[in-house]
Design a protein around this ligand. Structure first.
Ligand code: SAM
Length: 221
């Protein structure tokens, strides 16, 4: 059974203003994660960076603000999120970021395009995580680096609340994915899943880190 993308887009469009509001309130968790991402991904002049599943654009904007001469691209499935991200980028003086609609499972880019890639909190809701991981590998140049961030088994109360919200608005259909809504550990990824997913997608090096209840994978092609 496949998950209908149009329905997914509608759900994310509806969620966009609420998520953006709460994302701004929980920026505290970024105090540890953001420096980590910037250290792993800070692009040199002219390098190309992709923020996959950008949402309100937090990572793309932060990187673009510190690497003015890098070529920053961001994609999201949801037009409502993209509208918010573009407005946020303009407000932050980062009008040079390119935002486009795109699906992580089928990225609209040629192979070997990007030097760096970040994907934060988007993989958990993608129906085919293996396909998404292979796409990250495909669009990166040889030697390129991806940082993928996901809640660690949903241990954090905020992540559990978020899961129930996604369930409530119909974004997650547990039965379709073969688990129950209370089976939180099976919905969220754990370290073992993370390593297997990225190593199995062709990355030559996969390193895992804990940051404030999230798993951060640094994967080198
Ligand atoms: C939890 S939000 C994370 C947003 C952002 N990365 C952040 O750190 O705030 C998940 C985002 O992934 C996007 N998304 C979900 N499935 C996607 C897919 N298949 N392709 C692209 N974006 C997707 C959603 O529209 C949403 O903006």
């Amino acid at each position: 059974m496949t998950i209908d993308k149009e329905a997914t887009i509608k759900c994310y469009d509806a969620l966009a203003p609420f998520y953006t509001f709460f994302r701004a309130k929980t920026l505290r968790s970024d105090r540890e994660i953001m420096p980590f991402v910037l250290k792993a991904l800070m692009p040199a002049d002219g390098e190309r960076v992709l923020d996959a599943g950008t949402g309100p654009g937090v990572y793309a904007i932060k990187i673009a603000g510190q690497a003015r001469n890098a070529d920053i691209h961001a994609v999201d499935l949801s037009p409502a999120f993209l509208k918010i991200a573009r407005a946020n980028a303009r407000k932050a003086g980062c009008g040079h970021i390119r935002f486009d609609q795109g699906d992580i499972e089928n990225l609209p880019f040629e192979a070997d395009r990007f030097d760096k890639l970040v994907c934060a909190g988007a993989l958990e809701a993608v129906p085919n995580r293996e396909k998404a991981a292979r796409e990250f590998h495909r669009v990166l140049k040889p030697g390129g680096t991806a940082v993928i961030i996901e809640p660690d088994q949903g241990r954090n109360i905020r992540d559990r609340a978020f899961l129930f919200l996604l369930y409530g608005i119909g974004l997650i259909r547990p039965k379709m994915r073969g688990f129950g809504v209370t089976d939180i550990k099976r919905y969220y990824l754990n370290k073992h899943d993370f390593r297997a997913l990225f190593a199995g997608s062709g990355f030559s090096r996969v390193e895992l880190y804990d940051r404030r209840g999230s798993i951060c994978a640094v994967c080198v092609k």
